[in-house]
Design a binder for this molecule. Structure first.
Ligand code: ADP
Ligand code: MG
Length: 258
């Protein structure tokens, strides 16, 4: 499965948030979008998942225009965890995860056993099965994040889109989330597209990185190709060194300013 966005332009009023961006995403890969605040990361992510209308351009899922998908049909292809999301406070974890099954249910036609099996699988895979009877508001930040990921998983999409899945988590929960994403990608073959702020984590987990600046794509490629001193200066206005350490597969970013 592939997603091909061509010359996508998104406006808020008359402000151009994404200019003329082409983006190619493949199932099986982990792609990370990086860039400063306000560079258009969330906007392009929403545009290519049809959460937001684009003014110009096309988005194709395997040659088929995304606009021609029915909403349930689309939900079987792509699952999205937006940057901010809220659940009704009295929702139990298992019920929230159960929402992921809606695309597979039609009026008068419910496969309860199958749904239950997949809901349980999604909760076990993300490590929230023991929380299933708890209300979502009783979960810690890290737990809640895993519950949301479980909800996307229960949808059984070909690709999942996570906008800043680690923001507000402490470092150990950030790493847990990265490990989970990697596991889902490697074991279930699910394609992952994320927005991350931590460039070290982006370097570590991504097969491909897309860098955005001022609503446009600045660069794209493997982490090693993309994360350079020049990029860091041009995009973030930060001086750093990219350092290779023996025994590590990926380089480190060492900031000169601190
Ligand atoms: P990022 O996710 O990279 O931080 P966004 O895609 O959220 O950036 O935003 C891109 C630009 O569009 C920013 O300048 C932001 O202020 C603006 N923007 C985002 N959402 C809206 C909105 N709903 N209305 C108007 N402007 C918006
Ligand atoms: Mg954002």
């Amino acid at each position: 499965m592939e997603i091909n966005g061509k010359n996508v332009q998104v406006l808020y009023g008359d402000y151009i948030a994404v200019k003329d961006m082409s983006i190619h995403l493949k199932k099986g890969e982990i792609t990370t979008i990086i860039g400063p605040n306000g560079s258009g990361k969330s906007t392009i992510l929403k545009a290519i998942t049809r959460l937001l209308k684009y003014r110009k351009g096309t988005v194709l899922i395997d040659q088929k225009d995304i606009l021609s998908f029915g909403s349930k049909e689309l939900a079987k292809q792509i699952g999205v965890l937006p940057q901010s999301h809220t659940a009704p406070p009295d929702f139990k974890v298992k019920d929230l995860v159960g929402y992921g099954r809606i695309p597979y249910q039609s009026f008068g036609k419910k496969n309860k056993e199958e749904d239950e099996r997949i809901i349980n699988w999604a909760m076990k895979t993300t490590g929230v099965y023991d929380l299933r009877e708890k209300s979502i508001t009783q979960c810690s930040g890290g737990e809640a994040q895993r519950v949301w990921i479980a909800t996307v998983l229960a949808q059984q999409p070909e690709m999942m889109f996570l906008d800043e899945p680690t923001t507000y988590l402490d470092i150990s929960h950030q790493l847990d989330t990265m490990k989970l994403v990697k596991k889902l990608n490697k074991e279930s073959g699910i394609g992952v597209v994320m927005v991350l702020h931590d460039l070290g984590q982006a370097l570590e987990v991504s097969d491909r990185i897309i860098v955005m600046k001022h609503g446009e794509k600045y660069a794209e490629g493997t982490p090693e190709e993309v994360v350079t001193r020049k990029m860091m200066k041009d995009v973030y206005n930060v001086d750093c060194d990219i350092v290779w350490i023996e025994g590590r597969k990926k380089p480190l970013i060492v900031y000169r300013e601190i």
